[in-house]
Design a binder for this molecule. Structure first.
Ligand SMILES: Cc1cc2nc3c(=O)[nH]c(=O)nc-3n(C[C@H](O)[C@H](O)[C@H](O)COP(=O)(O)O)c2cc1C
Length: 220
């Protein structure tokens, strides 16, 4: 990618779509703020249920803050591990911890915030006297789906700009601590991190995808 982001050649949409892959290792080079703004703006363009746009994208450059977040994640995983009493599950949790921590090495980390949204339909049903359990049958999770659309837009925009990303949920064990560190209010929640940086190398593999036949069928 050129240092002048506006000189970056535009890539074909399907080329970007088909080549996007998770990359977890970055060079020290800091992506320019213009690129980060373009990525955030791609998130802003995403569809959202009833157009609520109940999101905020916080770009974290501050290494000190990243380290504080990582410390909270590590502490939380240690706590969780101490509650598990068999070695196999402990080792599995350790795997999650491992795949949580490298965001500190990413030059920029987006914290993706889901802002509190009151579903009109669920409120109506709750007021009709439904129990929590019954209500869950009518929760279509549109809020988190909308945010997923935003994160994917951001990831594709980063790929188009020659940057690499990793969408992360494993660090969210510390979401309460993230709320405090990022001062987003208790009613809002960090639901993903998205790391952004220049890929350190050019031969990262991508896990295989299922074939189209496995995931698609036509009903006519
Ligand atoms: C919702 C979501 C959460 C993820 N969380 C993590 C994570 O916490 N740590 C990590 O290393 N990768 C995480 N990933 C990346 C996946 O492992 C990756 O997308 C998957 O292996 C497919 O690879 P690809 O993105 O290169 O197609 C996450 C991906 C998604 C969509």
């Amino acid at each position: 990618m050129s240092d002048n982001i506006f000189e970056t050649p535009k890539r074909d949409f399907f080329d970007v779509l088909n080549t996007r892959k998770t990359i977890r290792k970055y060079t020290n080079k800091i992506p320019p703020i213009e690129a980060i703004k373009i990525i955030a703006d791609a998130g802003r363009q995403a569809p959202s249920a009833t157009n609520t746009q109940n999101w905020e994208f916080i770009a974290i450059y501050d290494d000190n803050l990243k380290n504080k977040m990582a410390h909270c994640v590590e502490k939380k995983y240690d706590e969780l591990q101490s509650r598990v009493n068999n070695d196999i599950d402990k080792a599995k949790l350790n795997g999650y911890k491992y795949y949580s921590m490298f965001f500190t090495k990413a030059p920029v980390v987006f914290a993706i915030v889901e802002k509190k949204r009151v579903s009109t339909m669920l409120t109506i049903l709750q007021n009709s006297g439904m129990t929590k359990e019954e209500l869950s049958n009518y929760d279509n999770r549109s809020s988190i789906l909308s945010i997923g659309a935003a994160v994917e837009n951001m990831s594709l925009a980063a790929t188009a700009l020659g940057l690499a990303t990793c969408w992360m949920c494993a660090p969210l064990v510390a979401y309460q601590e993230f709320s405090e560190l990022l001062k987003i209010g208790k009613e809002n929640k960090v639901v993903s991190l998205l790391t952004v940086g220049y890929p350190d190398g050019d031969n990262f593999s991508r896990p295989p995808k299922k074939t189209l036949d496995e995931v698609f069928r036509i009903v006519d």
